[in-house]
Structures are given as structure tokens and as C-alpha cells.
Design a protein around this ligand. Structure first.
Ligand SMILES: Cc1cc2nc3c(=O)[nH]c(=O)nc-3n(C[C@H](O)[C@H](O)[C@H](O)COP(=O)(O)OP(=O)(O)OC[C@H]3O[C@@H](n4cnc5c(N)ncnc54)[C@H](O)[C@@H]3O)c2cc1C
Ligand code: FES
Length: 274
């Protein structure tokens, strides 16, 4: 019988030092990417350091590699961010549900990412940009605490240069530098200033819980987005990732199996303990 917990060995092809504490790592298994969809996650482990959960950050249409961004926060991420190109790492996945892009075809989309939450946003956003003609206007709002905390700076221009695509980047008040040309303000505040309307639109929001809370409120109450058209991801702590251990439950919902992607309407029916 197949052991569902058995990881595969992924090889590190390229490492991008994004910020002082975050690296983006491009991986292959058997020399290529694997099949996954934006919003899904995987479990990475290092012997002696443990296993942790991370969301894919690349578009699944880019077949040469799959990519994750790791922010150093504890033992597993310290170990992973200490690896070098050519090293191997144990990986299980992909797990969980995904952003259903078929429901986004023909619609305007606003992508809202905060901090390391920009990683899953990047995956779905680049997936949509890779098939740009299938969607209406695309607006990307990305926020970090400080200029030094911004991930993916080397590809900002790539995002901006797509047709009918607006890219807005902001840092928290006090996080700007003298030469900063982007916005200054918390993500929900900047979101409110954008010329968006809920009609025929989808919002994808990932980031720290406090950002999600206020961004959802803004989208619903001030911009007229329906709860079913606002999609977010939950980052409850996980262990098995497979709906077996009960570590990630919110009420009767397994975030690892039924999520991590939920609409605001679905979140409304969950007990408020996440
Ligand atoms: C679905 C999902 C996707 C994720 N995607 C990413 C990603 O793309 N990149 C990334 O860097 N991290 C991501 N995380 C968070 C990552 O799994 C944790 O930060 C993980 O604990 C890091 O492992 P560690 O052993 O280094 O740190 P640990 O020793 O486990 O923890 C270090 C610190 O982080 C806190 N922490 C642990 N888990 C969480 C959590 N789920 N939410 C908030 N705080 C937590 C701990 O309380 C502690 O303070 C994701 C988590 C989930 C559930
Ligand atoms: S992480 Fe084990 S049930 Fe979800």
C-alpha cells in the first residue's frame, strides 16, 4: 500500500534572496515542475528540523520549475533558507483546494497581497497574467511593512507591463525610505482609494489576519463586492496536510483538505476561531 506521508526529494535549482529574511526557491522533481494549482500548498521537511507548510508561489503554467517563498521564522525555515543550489529537500504535496480560475474568466480581478501572503497571490496572479486575454482589468495591490520587506522587486516591472493591468505597491506608515516612489499606508486604506467596483469582479486577498479582516470589510461594505466573489486563504497550523490528524480544523472544516482557499461567504459560516 502506498505511504501517503512519504515525501519526494526536490532539487533546488535557483535561490532568489528576496529580503533579509525571505528567499524564493525554485525546485524540480525529476528535472521538471510538478502538477499543482494556485492556492495549493506543500509540506517541506529537513531531517532534525521538522516539517512545515508553504503555499506555491509560481504559475503552474511555467513548467521548468515550481517555486516557494520561505520567510525565516523557526527551525524548518531557518534550515530551508540555509540550503544551497543543487541541494535536495523532502517535499509532500500538492495538497488542498485551489483558486478556481474558470470562475474568473471575463471578470475584472483585484489581487491583494500583504507580507508573505503575497506568495500565493503571486501564483494565481501570474497564472492569470500568463493567460492575460481570458480576464478583464487586473489590479494588483501589494503591501509590506517596510521597503526592505518587499518581496519580488525584480519582477515588479514584468507585472506592470501587461496590458490593462495596474500595479500598486505600498508600505506601512514609517516603513518608507526617502527615495520611495510607491504609496505609504496600510493595505485596506490604499485599497479603499482604488477605483474598483464589485460588479463583475473578483477579489483575491491573502495576508496577515488583520489585513484580511479589514480588506474584506472594505471590499464588501465600501466597494460592493459580493461575499461569494471575495476569495482568501487561511493559514491555520497544519501537520498531516491530508485531513487525517485534525490539527487544522475550524469546526467541522479541515482547512488542509476543504481549504485553504475559501470565499468570504464560506468563512461566514465557520466558527470564528481561526
Ligand atoms: C497553508 C499555509 C501556507 C503557508 N505558506 C507560507 C509561505 O508561502 N511562506 C512562508 O514563509 N510561510 C508560510 N506559511 C507559514 C509557515 O508554515 C510557518 O511560518 C511555519 O511555522 C514555519 O516553520 P518553522 O519551523 O520555521 O517555524 P515554527 O518554529 O513552526 O514557528 C515560528 C513562528 O511562527 C509562528 N507560526 C507558525 N505557524 C504559523 C501560522 N500558520 N500562522 C502564523 N504564525 C505561525 C509560530 O507561532 C512561531 O512564532 C504557511 C502556512 C500555511 C498553513
Ligand atoms: S493538517 Fe491534519 S487534518 Fe488538516
Amino acid at each position: 500500500m502506498e505511504n501517503i506521508y512519504l515525501p519526494k526529494l526536490a532539487e533546488i535549482k535557483e535561490i532568489i534572496q528576496e529580503t533579509a529574511d525571505t528567499k524564493t526557491i525554485r525546485l524540480t522533481i525529476d528535472g521538471k515542475s510538478i502538477d499543482f494549482l494556485p492556492g495549493q500548498f506543500g509540506e517541506f521537511s529537513l531531517i532534525g528540523e521538522g516539517e512545515s507548510t508553504f503555499g506555491f508561489s509560481s504559475s503552474p503554467l511555467r513548467k521548468e520549475y515550481f517555486e516557494f517563498s520561505f520567510r525565516t521564522s523557526g527551525r524548518a525555515t531557518t534550515g530551508i533558507n540555509g540550503l544551497n543550489e543543487g541541494d535536495k529537500i523532502a517535499f509532500r504535496g500538492p495538497y488542498g483546494n485551489y483558486f478556481d480560475t474558470s470562475k474568473m474568466h471575463g471578470k475584472d480581478i483585484v489581487f491583494v497581497g500583504g507580507g508573505i501572503g503575497m506568495a500565493p497571490v503571486k501564483s494565481i496572479m501570474e497564472y492569470c497574467l500568463d493567460e492575460r486575454d481570458k480576464y478583464g482589468k487586473i489590479t494588483i495591490l501589494y503591501g509590506a511593512r517596510t521597503v526592505g520587506d518587499l518581496l519580488y522587486k525584480s519582477i515588479f516591472d514584468e507585472w506592470k507591463n501587461h496590458k490593462d493591468t495596474e500595479f500598486v505597491v505600498t508600505v506601512d506608515p514609517g516603513g518608507e525610505t526617502p527615495d520611495w516612489k510607491g504609496k505609504v499606508g496600510f493595505v485596506p486604506t490604499i485599497l479603499e482609494q482604488l477605483p474598483l467596483k464589485g460588479e463583475n469582479s473578483i477579489a483575491v486577498v491573502c495576508g496577515p489576519p488583520i489585513m484580511i479582516k479589514f480588506a474584506l470589510k472594505t471590499l464588501e461594505e465600501k466597494m460592493g463586492f459580493g461575499k461569494e466573489n471575495i476569495i482568501t486563504t487561511l493559514e491555520n497550523r497544519m501537520k498531516c496536510g491530508l485531513g487525517k490528524c485534525g490539527r487544522c480544523n475550524v469546526g467541522s472544516v479541515y482547512v488542509c483538505k476543504d481549504g485553504p482557499v475559501f470565499t468570504a461567504k464560506e468563512l461566514e459560516s465557520l466558527p470564528n476561531d481561526f
